[in-house]
Design a protein around this ligand. Sequence first.
Ligand SMILES: [Fe+2]
Ligand SMILES: [Fe+2]
Length: 475
Amino acid sequence: MSTINYSEKIPNNVNLGEDRTLQRALEGWQPNFINWWDDVGPEGSTNHEVYLRTAVSVDPQGWAQFGHVKMRDYRWGIFLNPGDANREVHFGDHKGEKVWQDVPGEHRANLRRIIVTQGDTEPASVEQQRHLGLTAPSMYDLRNLFQINVEEGRHLWAMVYLLQKHFGRDGREEADALLQRTSGDANNPRILGAFNEKTPDWLAFFMFTYFTDRDGKFQLAALAESAFDPLARTTKFMLTEEAHHMFVGESGVSRVIARTAQVMNELKTDDAQKIRAAGCIDLGTIQRYLNFHYSVTIDLFGADQSSNAAIFYSSGLKGRYEEGKRDDDHVLKGQTYKVLEVKDGQLVEKDVPMLNALNEVLRDDFIKDSVAGVGRWNKVLEKAGIPTRLVVPHKAFNRQIGALAGIKMSPEGRVVNDIEWAAKRDEWLPSSEDFAFVASLMGRVIEPGKFAGWISPPVMGINRQPVDFEYVRFG
Ligand SMILES: [Fe+2]
Ligand SMILES: [Fe+2]
């Protein structure tokens, strides 16, 4: 018999202690989660005490409590934003009806699929990032990596809670399978492509947290509109944590650019080889990493035309980003949206039913949001007096999913033939030589306040601590 009292061990605001069946299900799953963490979580980190924020409740005092903890003892918990007893479905065919506290039979399969797909991304990113702690550019960055890792672990808990509470035996099986698939595994990979890619170095990590965690933001925001209220309340709370992940990405890339710009000015050069020789990452390499992570991430939104997207919306399972702020009818029947296709070797726009294009709508919202941060990166270059600008590639560049999959396209959006693609590929996407160079810079800098030579220090520390604070105590 287990002596663990989960109603205390797992911080939660869902009255876990009152639901014996659920408690037992989580009791069965929890040791498997810890085994998973030990097997494929952050490598060599077992004895580190990390200055982490831990959520102990969803109110402003409770959701970000800081202190040094061993990650294995991090109190992964289950938090739902407070419910609103009068909340109504506000889009789709059920608009105006009361939201659901349990899963309606007819939507069960689709909701399970949505929750499993979201849940699968959470442990995947931990697996992708598991070696990065060995090459952290600073103790500050190491802490941020670990913060993201434990929170992705908590996001997995959030989805597992929904599966185990609302989907019976199927849900328990899906919860187990979430710990069995592994990022990049040939036989049992993660569900979505971007989550099977490698995150081999810290530039890739920053690009991933800027772009791919932002995909998380948009998916979670769309699910936060759901008529299935427990899903809406769970994802709303997850969004509070996601903001920090994107901050790590945006500020990380920004600091890489700042350091490169500084060295370019010191050496009075824009020659990539000279910049590399000085131990910094040239802007061309940064642009190629950006092209890769952007294109792989926008694939995550799915096919540009999708009957599933229409069903998810009309059934009330998944809304649009900021559904409540839009002033249309929230039913969208008879409306159209523009998607791209290739005709006679040219990209053309065509109008399709908006309900079928909702993946594209969400992708376009993501693109607007992403571009804004790239503009802030360019400000760093502008301030340093460097004329080069980073740009996001065309939406059709390097796509593997939807109508644009397999089309060879330059980053500017020109259809190219196989010969030109082969000749230019290494100018447009990171080459093996780029990866080897960036890898060569990755050392381990872990003295408080010290930073690797290819990245600038941050402007300020975490939770108002100084930059040279001892964010990680090595056991
Ligand atoms: Fe997450
Ligand atoms: Fe995240």
